[in-house]
Design a protein around this ligand. Structure first.
Ligand SMILES: Cc1ncc(COP(=O)(O)O)c(C=O)c1O
Length: 389
């Protein structure tokens, strides 16, 4: 049986590999603590679960959602209200909003919608590994744009070679940024729109951490930048703000031509989102902002716990204020992988090596704050013991 060549180009998915390693250690009786994956452990709020249960009882919701493959109009209107209230951005729910089965799916279908085989697609390095996989599955050619600490982890458009820009058709960006935690500024978004306009490159601004911000960092959307809708889309997700990673619910908003093209891909692929999940999403958007505040307080406390321990072992740095990740510089004289391996072998604490996000991730590891307080405390005690000997 033949397996398509395009799949051979795709490296194994980072978290699948990590999971295998963790499961093996657990099977050997080791008490592993994983700080590697960004998947909140606290439950989805009850009101959201109740809405799902109630609407799942209605047989009308058991049928294909063919009338509303773009997502229920009710859901799209709620997203429009959210954008208006959160960012002051006006969106037409009919043409500028498309329901997604999570933003990861949106990344993949964005490529199928606007990239021809052989087209260059820009992505940041370090960057979310699924972008590369989506580009390769769409038979595009990934081009890594470095994002460096000295530039606040933002790309410098002038440094991208002119011949690359000429051949590029699309670009992925993501702020608040996984893995670095960096946030974009309004000034940067204006530059991004100017770059998109001049180059004709379609922008996919992936914003699933839009709500996960600390120390008064302002919440911003790509669509706040004048002209953004002319050149791209923004992906938003309910996974991270409402602890709904497993529910698979997101949205693409922005340029109507791109929305129509992605919608065409989806109509022929997945036939839409289960209605009760959308009703539950509406409930979340309408009434669960206090839950986000509660989770931010929890993550904020964990952030401080980690920073305090790291300082004790000589890792003292000023982290950016977005996402529930910390992008931690490794001790001098070690590579990312050496530090990751030492942590795993000596303390059974798992972190993600920075190099898993691209070569410019060397010198860093990513820690996630989505573990219970007690487990985090235990992990930090083990780390402190190992590195203060
Ligand atoms: C940058 C980025 N984009 C997209 C996703 C996927 O989110 P969703 O659950 O909405 O598919 C993640 C998940 O970790 C992410 O880090």
């Amino acid at each position: 049986m033949q397996i398509a060549e395009r799949l051979a180009k795709i490296p194994p998915y980072l978290f699948m590999e990590l999971r295998k390693k963790i499961n093996k250690a657990k099977a050997d009786g080791i008490d592993v603590i994983s700080l590697a994956i960004g998947d909140p452990v606290e439950a989805t709020p009850d009101s959201i679960i109740d809405e799902l249960s109630a609407t799942a009882r209605n047989p009308l919701n058991h049928r294909y959602p063919t009338d509303e493959e773009k997502g229920m109009l009710l859901y799209r209107k709620e997203i429009a209200a959210w954008y208006k209230a959160r960012y002051g951005v006006n969106l037409n729910p009919e043409k500028e909003i498309l329901g997604l089965i999570g933003s990861k799916e949106g990344c993949h279908h964005f490529i199928l919608a606007c990239v021809n085989p052989g087209d260059i697609v820009l992505m940041t390095d370090p960057g979310y590994p699924a972008y590369r996989a989506s580009i390769l599955m769409g038979e595009g050619v990934p081009y890594n744009v470095p994002i460096l600490p000295e530039n606040n982890y933002l790309p410098v458009f002038e440094d991208i070679p002119a011949d690359v820009v000429k051949k590029a058709r699309a670009m992925f960006l993501n702020y608040p940024n996984n893995p670095t935690g960096a946030c974009a500024t309004r000034e940067f978004l204006n530059k991004l729109v100017a770059f998109g306009r001049e180059s004709g490159i379609a922008i996919c601004y992936d914003n699933p951490y839009s709500e996960i911000l600390f120390n008064g960092q302002p919440r911003i959307s790509f669509l706040m930048a004048p002209g953004a809708k002319d050149i791209g889309i923004e992906l938003t997700s309910l996974s991270k703000p409402f602890n709904m990673c497993g529910w698979r619910l997101g949205v693409a908003c922005g340029n109507p031509d791109l929305i129509a093209a992605i919608s065409k891909v989806k109509e022929n692929t997945d036939s839409g989102i289960f209605n009760p999940i959308q009703y539950a999403g509406i409930k979340a958007l309408r009434s669960e902002s206090p839950f986000i505040e509660k989770m931010l307080a929890i993550y904020g406390k964990r952030r401080e716990m980690v920073l305090t321990t790291l300082k004790k072992i000589g890792i003292d740095f000023n982290p950016p204020c977005g996402t529930f990740y910390l992008w931690v510089p490794v001790p001098k004289g070690m590579t990312s992988l050496e530090f990751t391996n030492r942590l795993f072998d000596k303390t059974a604490v798992v972190v993600a090596s920075g190099t898993a996000y691209g070569k410019y991730g060397e010198g860093f590891v990513r820690l996630s704050l989505t573990v219970p307080d007690e487990r985090l405390k235990e992990a930090l005690q083990r780390i402190e013991k190992e590195f203060t000997r």
